[in-house]
Design a protein around this ligand. Structure first.
Ligand code: AMP
Ligand code: MN
Ligand code: MN
Length: 328
């Protein structure tokens, strides 16, 4: 069910014409996933639509400050029928997780995303790999279709864009991104409050987790590859939540000489979550992760790999060294 990109007006029409919506995003959501879900849902609700906002993980504690965060929930066990189901920021349909099964039927699937590896699933598809965040695409869509953008919607979009651009630092941040940020601030976004909630409000256990991760830090290839890992045992001892490690990989990326940073997290299902970052567009970590059935972007990607922590570390680090010359 792969389609050519549909333009904004077709998607806009589908949003205006229908009544009952499910707004979904990927498992282990980030700020772009949750902010995008709430922004689109709030805009549709202002038009009087009936909207469900579901994520496998529900609302994360870290993002519970988002305007109207309480509207987002885990999916119900009894499936429902919809006119439109929208997948946001979700590279492959299976990453929608349990909410997918809560959609008994829908007339239309809409897929809005910015992952280059997105296979363009769905009936109406808008995938723009040049966009730094799904939130940026949504802003353009809402604006072009003259959909409501009030302060709550603007704050959700701002968080989506701020988190996926590393607070407007990554190379995917364009002049357009700053123009959009400016418009969002014009809609009433409280930049100081939002940034404090995002970047200066971490639970202490997150920093304790960082301390443990740094103890496991290792380097390959003359310091071009840096990695650290988290075992289930350590996660349990520290009482950390899955969301606590979001962004910790940036400590590895920030090291001089490091080209690829990797974070290995042992999961309860016998798999290891691999998170990868690159600082050089010549080293495409999405391509490396695709070898392990993962995906993502050129400079930020991930995969879930079956095996023990030690096995997965070895296989993945070898695959990286095939791309980054670890012997020079
Ligand atoms: P993360 O390292 O979890 O922050 O993910 C980095 C990027 O890779 C995100 O854009 C994700 O959407 C993508 N990604 C992470 N894990 C997977 C996976 N298992 N399959 C496909 N894409 C993934
Ligand atoms: Mn995301
Ligand atoms: Mn995203």
């Amino acid at each position: 069910m792969t389609q050519l990109p549909s333009n904004f007006s077709e998607i806009g029409r589908a949003l205006r014409e229908h009544q009952k919506f499910a707004i979904l995003s990927h498992v282990r959501p980030d700020g772009d996933a949750l902010g995008s879900q709430l922004a689109l849902a709030l805009s549709l609700k202002q038009l009087g639509k009936d909207v469900r906002i579901w994520n496998e993980d529900g609302m994360l504690e870290k993002y519970s400050f988002l305007p109207q965060a309480e509207l987002l929930s885990k999916p119900p066990s009894t499936p429902e029928d919809f006119d439109v189901a929208v997948a946001l920021d979700t590279a492959i349909q299976s990453r929608l997780g349990t909410p997918f099964a809560a959609i008994r039927s829908t007339k239309t699937w809409i897929n809005i995303d910015h992952h280059p590896s997105n296979p363009r699933y769905g009936d109406l598809v808008y995938v723009d790999p040049t966009a730094p965040a799904t939130g940026q695409i949504l802003f353009e869509l809402l604006k072009a279709g003259e959909f409501p953008i009030d302060r709550s919607i603007a704050e959700n979009l701002f968080v989506a864009i701020s988190t996926d651009t590393g607070s407007f630092q990554y190379s995917n941040t364009t002049a357009r991104t700053f123009e959009i940020a400016s418009e969002l601030v014009g809609c009433g976004v409280d930049v100081g409050r939002v940034s404090q909630q995002l970047y200066e409000n971490y639970p202490r256990r997150r920093v304790e987790l960082l301390r443990e991760l740094l103890r496991t830090m290792r380097f390959e290839g003359n310091g071009k590859v840096a990695s650290f890992s988290l075992s289930l045992k350590t996660a349990k001892e520290l009482g950390v939540l899955p969301e606590d490690n979001e962004g910790l990989i940036d400590h590895l990326r920030a090291i001089q000489g490091v080209i690829v940073a990797v974070f290995f997290e042992e999961l309860a299902d016998g798999k290891v979550r691999v998170s990868m970052r690159s600082k050089d567009t010549a080293v495409d970590v999405c391509a490396i992760c695709q070898k392990f059935n993962g995906g993502g972007h050129t400079l930020a990607a991930g995969a879930r790999v079956r095996g023990t922590l030690a096995e997965v570390e070895q296989r993945v680090l070898e695959a990286i060294c095939d791309v980054v010359d670890c012997h020079s």
